[in-house]
Design a protein around this ligand. Structure first.
Ligand code: SAM
Length: 198
């Protein structure tokens, strides 16, 4: 595993339990975005990349979606299996998804590209494009801005070693278009969430 992936996995292993206790469901804006994925994804496979403790995977499953959650952190995956034993969680990286070409109808990356080095994000987007079927949907959530910071602790003071990269909608759209996606703007979805279609 490359160093930055190992650092992300180590960091989220450290915070997995406290993250699950602190980050909870309910915001209307999240519900609305996932309702939209349910509407667009139909009965195909939805892949929740960087699913963390499975909170978002659970929300997608509640909408009747066939969903799998993938996360780099084994600790997060263990927490997600405890919280949702009925769902399919896998350890893996969004930079090299172990899924066949064209096998998904939606990819949800909910605040999970934020730790990838900027020059690696095109690799992740190429993977999202590869695993989506024609017409498939990509939903991205991310921190808005242009700066990066180094996070050394979090979620109750546990040690972390990750960089948090903020993005503008235009720079992410540029990368997505380069990967082959078409922007799919939806009224009412704010600027820190972006939708694309293959
Ligand atoms: C801020 S958390 C978001 C978790 C979840 N999506 C949510 O909204 O609650 C970021 C998650 O992305 C995961 N992650 C970061 N880089 C990843 C990668 N390359 N592949 C898979 N997961 C990754 C981390 O392990 C962590 O669980």
């Amino acid at each position: 595993m490359t160093d930055y992936l190992a650092d992300i996995a180590w960091s989220y292993d450290n915070v997995a339990v406290s993250y699950a206790e602190r980050v909870v469901d309910g915001a209307d804006w999240e519900v609305e975005a996932f309702d939209l994925v349910a509407e667009l994804a139909g009965d195909g496979l939805v892949v929740d990349v960087g699913c963390g403790p499975g909170r978002t995977t659970g929300l997608l499953a509640e909408r009747g979606l066939k969903v799998i959650g993938i996360d780099l952190s084994r600790g997060m995956t263990e927490v997600s299996r405890r919280h949702h034993p009925e769902l399919d969680f896998r350890v893996g990286s969004m930079t090299a998804l172990d899924l066949p070409d064209g096998s998904a109808s939606a990819v949800v990356s909910w605040w999970s590209i934020i730790h990838l080095p900027r020059d690696v994000v095109p690799t992740a987007f190429a993977e999202f494009y590869r695993v989506l079927a024609a017409g498939g949907v990509l939903l991205l959530g991310y921190h808005v801005g242009e700066e990066s910071n180094h996070k050394t602790s979090g979620y109750g003071g546990h040690a972390m070693n990750v960089h948090v990269h903020r993005w503008t909608a235009s720079s992410l759209t540029e990368i997505a278009v380069e990967a082959g996606f078409t922007p799919y703007p939806v009224a009412g979805i704010p600027g820190d969430r972006l939708l694309f279609r293959k």
